[in-house]
Ligand binder design. Structure first.
Ligand code: PLP
Length: 461
């Protein structure tokens, strides 16, 4: 309360009123607020926890949408921002450079695999994906292959909301309302191994990418975009050899491989970059969110030398950019954030603790509603089912009632922020800050056990 007042000068009730009247929240059913239902207002963060305007504490089991990997309330990141403002508040990367963006680009290049040495900054994830897609098209065009413009992505994958990124996003409900999208988006099956028949070849989904390239015509395909672990649908991990096969296919057809690591980079899977976890080297990597642990908005495309090279010659330029990209303050925050990662060995912590985290979730398998537990690192999902034996899922109405009518609100009410998602089959997703440890795992377990047990009772009624 005191903090809410300090922050905005508005009292608590007033904040609710002002939010309902003036704030347009993203992906939110604004009409469901009011009539007794409050907008959740988060006023403070500390470590793995955040606090609402009433002083209630929540375990941030989603790192504020896969962002605050270093944990909340790190004064040193704010101090880095303040130092930067006193030195250079802002300068743009349009035709100029500044020290922090240069240092950060070099540092990111040193952490990226293979020859991914060139960094194109953006202000966030959708901009990074948009930039990667435009870069892929432009790369082919300046090599005399201007017909190559299509992008192959996976069903149910989320790659952002701008019209180009949305054409890669494979979620029909998100796409349909904004069509026509940028042309060229094609979709192939994902790696939802839980729903695959037992006798399906493990590399079936990789082969589907090759078939699609052939179907579209290799001369028309610019890129394939995939997340190391697909978020939407619930942490789909790849079968062994999947990315190696995709890499070979991309090379065979002169198609760029884009690793969309807006979630999977910066320690989420226990490595600096998600592709390291699965041992592949893409042509382009998109990152955002936890690059700064979200203390400042920032994203980037990391390009291989081979892809960047044609743009470094003569009078060629990549005619694309964003005013705020590579903002000095965000760059300084990113540098300080990566310092924290190094000093506290956050990637090592995730690798050391992920088995314990996973085992805790696996113990929930005794509940009839828990069908599958899957994921990697501190990025795990629980798929909910109506029948464990047959894997029968919920119909749309049941999923709506279960997720929106009960689970989301109840988990929050009992102090756990995580995601109850039905963009594929209903899942609960967990991605705590990378500083989370046994105490937080236990807390997550206890809330989930209680809420999922109650959810089952509700279904049976
Ligand atoms: N790509 C992936 C894999 C994402 O998960 C997201 C956002 O969650 C995006 C792109 C879009 O990022 P942003 O919301 O920063 O625009």
């Amino acid at each position: 309360m005191a903090i809410a007042s300090q922050t905005t000068g508005a009292a608590r009730a007033e904040l609710q009123e002002l939010a309902m009247r003036h704030l347009w929240m993203h992906f939110s059913r604004m009409g469901s607020y009011g009539r007794g239902q409050e907008i959740p207002i988060i006023v403070r963060g500390d470590g793995c926890y955040v606090y609402d305007e009433h002083g209630n504490r929540y375990l941030d089991g989603l790192s504020a949408l896969f962002c605050v990997n270093a944990g909340h309330g790190r004064a040193e990141l704010g101090e880095a921002a303040a130092r930067q403002v006193s030195e250079l508040d802002f300068y743009t990367l349009w035709s100029y450079a500044h020290p922090r963006a240069i240092e950060l680009a070099a540092r990111i290049a040193s952490l990226a695999p293979g020859d991914l040495n060139r960094v194109f900054f953006t202000s966030g994830g959708s901009e990074a994906v948009e930039s990667a897609l435009k870069l892929a098209r432009n790369y082919h065009r300046i090599r005399g292959k201007g017909q190559k413009h299509k992008v192959i992505a996976r069903e149910i994958a989320y790659h952002g909301t701008s019209l180009g990124a949305l054409s890669a996003t494979g979620i029909t409900d998100l796409r349909a309302q904004f069509e026509p999208l940028a042309p060229g988006g094609c979709h192939v099956p994902n790696t939802n191994l839980y729903r695959w028949p037992d006798d399906r070849h493990p590399l079936w989904a990789a082969a589907a990418i090759e078939e699609r390239i052939q179907f579209e015509g290799p001369d028309t395909v610019a890129a394939v975009i995939l997340e190391p672990v697909q978020n939407a649908g619930g942490c789909f991990v790849p079968p062994d050899g999947y990315f190696q096969q995709v890499r070979e296919i991309c090379d065979r057809y002169d198609v760029l491989m884009i690793s969309d690591e807006v979630i999977c980079a910066w320690g989420r899977l226990g490595h600096w970059l998600g592709c390291e976890r699965f041992g592949y080297v893409p042509d382009l990597i998109t990152v955002a969110k936890a690059l700064t642990s979200a203390y400042a908005p920032m994203g980037a495309v990391i390009a291989s030398d081979a892809i960047a090279e044609p743009f470094m010659q003569g009078d060629v330029s990549f005619a694309h950019g964003f005013t705020f990209a590579g903002h000095p303050v965000a760059s300084a925050v990113a540098m300080a954030n990566l310092d924290v990662f190094e000093q506290e060995n956050l990637c090592g912590h995730v690798l050391a603790k992920e088995a314990e985290f996973r085992q805790m979730l696996e113990t929930l398998h005794d509940l009839p509603i828990v069908g599958d537990v899957r994921g990697a690192g501190f990025f795990q999902a629980i798929e909910l089912v109506k029948d464990k034996e047959t894997k029968e899922g919920f119909d749309d109405e049941e999923a709506e009632d279960l997720l929106r009518g009960f689970l989301s609100g109840e988990l929050y009410r009992r102090g756990l922020i995580c995601r109850a998602d039905d963009r594929g089959d209903p899942v609960i997703q967990l991605a705590p800050p990378l500083i989370a440890d046994s105490e937080q795992f236990e807390e997550i377990h206890d809330v989930l056990r209680g809420v999922l047990s109650d959810a089952w009772e509700r279904i049976r009624r």
